[in-house]
Design a protein around this ligand. Structure first.
Ligand code: ZN
Length: 209
């Protein structure tokens, strides 16, 4: 399948941090600093054994944009965010408890989310948005690159990030992610930013858009 070419749904510096078992064509966008880390590395120990506030991560409240024209099909905006992160607890919840939920409880996994349908009938899913941040409503026409909401920490997550995927169908319990590429982005190679077009950065590669 030819990957669909889209504009990036976020701006700034990011890295795809897909956890093991994650579908390869869906991407977890995590905002990073110049070391490629999602928060200041001196806070790692606190994240592991005690608590890190979501506002200490770079992804929290980053704006999320529509990557193409279309119509808003579905919006969930009322799920509370888990505002204190603890890596051990969150991994246990995400890897041990969540799989027992079964696939039917979509909201449990996605938290707050938007589904956008393109003019060609491709569906985009934006998940784990911040409670109350979604600024579009079901049925809204999206003319281009418009603000949809903000990155949050709702649903099944271990840290604030945007889960983004494209699909051929809108039923979220059935849909399979399909490949996409970014129209343009810059990837850092040996300390030098390199422009790329119609490509997708590799997982854990630092890129800016
Ligand atoms: Zn994901």
């Amino acid at each position: 399948m030819v990957p669909m070419k889209i504009q990036s749904p976020v701006k700034g510096e990011w890295s795809f941090m897909n956890p093991p078992g994650h579908h390869p064509d869906a991407k977890d966008f995590v905002a990073v600093n110049d070391k490629g880390a999602p928060y200041n590395r001196f806070k790692i120990l606190r994240h592991l054994i005690y608590s890190l506030s979501v506002s200490e991560t770079y992804a929290w409240e980053k704006e999320v944009f529509s990557p193409f024209e279309g119509v808003v099909l579905k919006v969930e905006n009322t799920v509370s965010d888990r505002r204190e992160l603890n890596l051990f607890r969150d991994l246990f919840t995400g890897l041990v408890l969540a799989p027992r939920k079964g696939k039917s409880d979509i909201g449990y996994f996605l938290g707050n989310y938007v589904v956008l349908e393109s003019l060609e009938g491709v569906f985009a899913l934006f998940a784990h948005l911040r409670q109350g941040s979604v600024v579009v409503s079901e049925g809204d026409n999206i003319e281009g690159r418009e603000l949809l909401g903000q990155v949050g920490n709702s649903g099944n997550t271990i840290q604030p990030h945007l889960h983004f995927q494209l699909m051929k169908e809108s039923d979220l319990s059935q849909a399979i992610p399909i490949p996409f590429v970014l129209e343009s982005c810059q990837v850092i190679k040996n300390g030098v930013w390199k422009s790329e077009s119609s490509k997708l950065p590799r997982n854990y590669e630092r890129f800016r858009v």
